[in-house]
Design a protein around this ligand. Structure first.
Ligand SMILES: Nc1ncnc2c1ncn2[C@@H]1O[C@H](COP(=O)(O)OP(=O)(O)O)[C@@H](O)[C@H]1O
Ligand SMILES: [Mg+2]
Length: 315
């Protein structure tokens, strides 16, 4: 009947050929028309979604994962409209995501945070947990193994029992990726997973993602600011600008498309002589963090410079 029934946990992710389609999507926040008739098709492999800040990229993810309501249009998972599904229903249907600013429980351990991603797959409920029934313990042990395997692939096995809040922003973002993947998704939405990561962490991230994508034939949709990263990872890239798809195709096609170059110029990007665009300097650095700022009832993510306590110790 619904997507939940057709793609419930238990169907092996490796057998699935997930597809996600967005048709004529419109979203407005008050008078702010953020998405204006967006059509997108995603299939297994790496799909890039790029565009200048404020283009509406995160809003696309928020609609797919049920955090923002559409005004018009549809999101089809394997051909079925997922509008009736709750956020958890969408996770159960196979849609996983990470957030641009990691949303971890900072005083819980890395393992505990990761286990949360698997919770909806547990067949035995809290009563079994309280009674410490053997089935529940087996389930918990298995879940911990799945989590540890994922944490290990992202270089986090050694910190599995540390508090998430003790980790660098980069490592916290890797924990989010692991948490999304332990849910056995068929479609994974990654919102700027490499922003704020050091070069070593980016290498670990990409190696892990590539391996898991192949093993599970995952449909990965990645929003990424770093053009070099996205063009090396994604054979197909869609470019969003002011709520509309302005270009789509191979990395070569989109990075040399005059419409895209025009949209990016003046946003920290410039065109090279051969016509390719590249980043002048990343606006996202290790010395910034994301704040959620509410203005006139609208929630916006803003990068803010970190306080530097050392500067205050001048005596
Ligand atoms: N929950 C929200 N409420 C109100 N306005 C929002 C909300 N989310 C995003 N917006 C607005 O929508 C526009 C696009 O935002 P977003 O999708 O985050 O862009 P991007 O991820 O491409 O930088 C921005 O003007 C932003 O302020
Ligand atoms: Mg965003």
């Amino acid at each position: 009947m619904s997507v939940v029934d057709t793609a419930a946990p238990g169907s092996s992710p490796s057998e699935s050929l997930a597809s996600l389609a967005i048709e004529d999507l419109h979203v407005a926040f008050g008078g702010n028309r953020v998405l204006q008739g967006v059509d997108l098709q995603f299939t297994p492999g790496f799909n890039g979604l790029i565009g200048p800040n404020g283009a509406g990229k995160t809003t696309v993810f928020n609609v797919i994962s049920g955090y923002v309501r559409r005004n018009e249009g549809s999101v089809l998972l394997n051909g079925e409209d997922i509008a009736p599904l709750s956020r958890t229903g969408r996770v159960k249907a196979g849609i996983g995501r990470t957030f641009q600013a990691p949303r971890l429980i900072l005083d819980a351990t890395v393992m505990e945070n990761t286990l949360l991603g698997r919770h909806h797959l547990f067949r035995w409920g809290h009563l079994a947990e309280l009674l410490l029934l053997p089935q529940q313990r087996r389930e918990e042990t298995e879940a911990r193994q799945v989590c540890m395997d994922l944490l290990d692939r992202f270089g986090l096995a050694d910190v599995a029992h540390e508090e998430a809040g003790a980790l660098s922003l980069g490592s916290q973002k890797l924990v989010e990726v692991a948490r999304a993947l332990v849910a056995d998704p068929t479609v994974v939405l990654l919102d700027e997973p490499a922003a704020g990561l050091g070069a070593d962490d980016v290498t670990v991230l990409l190696r892990g993602l590539r391996q898991i994508q192949v093993e599970r034939n995952l449909c990965v949709i990645i929003i990424e600011h770093d053009l070099q990263l996205v063009t090396s990872l994604c054979p197909k890239i869609s470019v969003l600008h002011f709520g509309e798809i302005i270009s789509e195709g191979s990395p070569e096609h989109v990075t040399t498309d005059p419409v895209v170059i025009e949209a990016y110029l003046g946003h920290g990007f410039e065109a090279e002589e051969d016509g390719e665009i590249h980043e002048v300097e990343s606006p996202l650095s290790e010395h910034h963090h994301i704040d959620h700022v509410e203005e006139e009832g609208e929630l916006t993510e803003m990068w803010t410079e970190d306080d530097d306590p050392q500067q205050e110790e001048s005596s």
